[in-house]
Ligand binder design. Structure first.
Ligand SMILES: [Zn+2]
Length: 318
């Protein structure tokens, strides 16, 4: 029998059970954290987020041409002010995840988020791909990003979204070590849950994302590639409306990830406005930052009488 650790078969179909089970168990969804009622008696929580990447995506890839950087600059110059104006008109608090380099390039914008009642949260240093980093580099960049946002705004962020929406072998430990209350990078559920590592509850709240509820996959294109995905903005708005409607029926969370340099264009921002009109036509909606949503979700962690990991559509026991 081959040693599992010293002589690991290269092909996944050769892995022993302990190997494939070990990979799956390293970061896992634990207890679902959906209270019976959201704050204020609301039946749905709406958590909008904006990833203010701006110039950091081309910079991360070493693309320094003014043409590429200008696409990111659009997010800061045109997108973010429009978005902040729209959110103010609808009195909607949201969360802005901002790479530290983006915040250093646009410090007044970073400060305006918290000044306007929104949340500013960590989104890496320069939108680095954490999967490619060694443990020390990943920790140092995450800590430096946290310190940078804290210094700029005077408020220490409590949340993090990895730029790549992925976890390296070190990511979870780093988040716990730096004292984050929640992460928002994983996709195991529609509702918040507690992250479990190798069967051990960590106390870290996950506010899940999904590519379905992200503007970038629908609207971005590779200029030199043969495939140019293009979606009609209102078709995308219909998907998000359906996601909200189902969350409302379920009494759950509607979470959305948008980018100022993507959604901030005139023909796309109209979809966000129409979505806010649609949501606003419902009663008992709680608009929350991700940090506020985390606090509400944590009440389930504190409530030891609530069942752990209830199945979403489990039949009622007689
Ligand atoms: Zn990003």
């Amino acid at each position: 029998m081959p040693s599992e650790d010293l002589d690991l078969p290269a092909e996944s179909w050769q892995w022993p059970e302990s190997t494939w089970r070990g990979h799956v168990d390293s970061v896992r969804a634990g207890r679902r954290l959906t209270p019976d009622r959201w704050p204020g008696g609301a039946r749905v929580a709406v958590a909008l987020s904006f990833d203010s990447d701006h110039e950091t995506i081309p910079l991360r890839d070493g693309e320094t041409s003014p043409g590429r950087l200008a696409q990111g600059e659009y997010g800061a110059r045109a997108g973010a002010p429009r978005i902040l104006d729209l959110l103010a008109r609808y009195s909607v608090p949201t969360t802005f995840f901002m790479p530290a380099v983006s915040a250093l390039l646009h410090p007044e914008e970073a400060r305006s988020y918290t000044r306007d009642g929104h949340e500013l949260a960590v989104h890496g240093w320069i939108h680095e791909r954490n999967m490619l980093l060694g443990r020390d580099d990943e920790r140092e960049l995450t800590a430096r990003a946290l310190d940078t946002l804290t210094t700029l705004t005077g408020q220490r962020p409590v949340g993090i979204r990895t730029p790549s929406w992925d976890f390296s072998e070190s990511t979870l430990d780093i988040m716990l070590d730096l004292g984050f209350a929640y992460d928002s990078s994983l996709m195991a559920d529609d509702e918040p849950y507690e992250i479990v590592a190798h069967g051990r509850p960590t106390g870290l709240v996950e506010i899940p994302v999904d590519w379905i509820r992200d503007d970038a996959p629908y609207f971005t294109m590779d200029r030199y590639g043969s495939v140019r995905p293009h979606s009609r903005p209102r078709d995308v708005g219909e998907i998000w409306r359906d996601e909200f409607d189902a969350a409302y029926r379920d009494g759950g969370v509607f979470q959305l990830t948008l980018h100022p340099h993507v959604i901030g264009h005139r023909s796309r921002l109209v979809v966000l406005r129409e979505l806010l009109d649609h949501i606003g036509s419902h009663r008992d909606v709680w608009f929350a930052t991700h940090a506020q949503l985390c606090d509400a979700a944590r009440t389930c962690l504190d409530d030891t009488t609530s069942p752990s990991s209830p199945a979403p559509d489990a039949p009622e026991h007689p």
